[in-house]
Design a protein around this ligand. Structure first.
Ligand code: 3PG
Length: 306
């Protein structure tokens, strides 16, 4: 089978080499499309592919229509908001992710972001410490749980909420469950967001939640920019000179916000949560193994469009 690795933001070379070794070792052919400019390049490259490995690359109905032989797409990572799952199902294409494989990288970034903001973005101004502060984790999945463990080790008090987990599971994961998202925001010096971007969550974090945070609080977003209601965020930051926001991937109007709010806001220039050699290797190799297994045995364990 022909497997296309299509990554606008490439994997580390060591990960690409490992992916190739697994796929070619199982008799598959590998094509590589990295740092491509626009969708036209992807449309051309998928024409004869039976399998596709992507990161945040968009798999739209047009991409699926241009790939008549495609059987499987594996998103090397967690979030599948970049794949049109309904269209994939219509085309008979199995979509999988590689849950947990890049979680530690994202969790480390979330912790780093808390410290970076507490220290005024590493300016000489007197900062604050995260030890003794309360961290609220919004969604206690693979990343959220790891953030909680690391924060606890740094002396933070950790609270969490997850619509899909009962309180016992949150306690088992080492955090104190809270009864509502509102209580999480109003009771946390830091909130770390780990919800996926879905029709239910897009724009769900806005003025009311952000402005309910305690004095000096920081919102940390290593999830998706789309879950933030940017107008609400701006209003909250305008009204409350003590609030801060840090995010992995800039809001749409970042330049204007940065101008207005200075060291109270920061956005990475490119999504970098999962951009470590380890995460690239873990997620990339898992994707390759899942494809080999799918063609060899029909295993669809990580299918997300069932
Ligand atoms: C994910 O959903 O796994 C992360 O956001 C990583 O995305 P990336 O592979 O584009 O860095």
């Amino acid at each position: 089978m022909k497997v296309l690795i299509a990554t606008q933001k490439p994997f580390a070379k060591v990960a690409v080499d490992g992916i190739k070794e697994i796929l070619e070792g199982a008799g598959h052919e590998v094509a590589l499309l990295e740092k491509y400019e626009g969708q036209a390049d992807l449309l051309k490259a998928v024409a004869d592919a039976q399998a596709l490995i992507i990161r945040s690359d968009k798999v739209t109905p047009e991409v699926l229509a241009a790939a008549p032989q495609l059987k499987i797409v594996v998103r090397a990572g967690a979030g599948v908001d970049n794949v049109d799952l309904e269209a994939a199902t219509k085309h008979g294409v199995v979509v999988m992710n590689t849950p947990g494989q890049n979680s530690n990288a994202v969790a480390e970034l979330a912790v780093a972001m808390m410290i970076y903001m507490s220290r005024g973005q590493f300016t000489p101004a007197t900062g604050t410490e995260i030890q003794g502060k309360t961290l609220g984790i919004q969604a206690f999945g693979n990343v959220g749980r790891l953030v909680g463990k690391k924060a606890e080790a740094l002396g933070m008090k950790v609270k969490a909420i997850d619509p899909f987990l009962p309180a016992e599971k949150i306690i088992e994961g080492g955090a104190e469950p809270v009864e509502s998202v509102e209580a999480l925001y109003s009771g946390s010096d830091f909130v770390s967001v780990h919800i996926p971007a879905t029709p239910q969550t897009v724009g769900s974090i806005g003025y009311d939640l952000i402005s309910s945070m305690p004095k000096g609080a920081t919102l940390v977003n290593t999830a998706r920019k789309e879950v933030i209601d940017e107008a609400g965020l701006e209003k909250a930051l305008e009204e409350r000179q003590d609030l801060k926001y840090i995010t992995d991937v800039a809001p749409d109007n970042y330049a204007a916000l940065k101008e207005k709010f200075g060291v109270r806001i920061f956005a990475t220039p490119k999504k970098m949560g999962a951009q470590t050699a380890e995460a690239n290797i873990n997620a990339g190799l898992a994707a390759a193994r899942q494809i080999v297994d799918f063609f060899a045995t029909g295993n669809t364990r990580f299918q997300v469009n069932k």
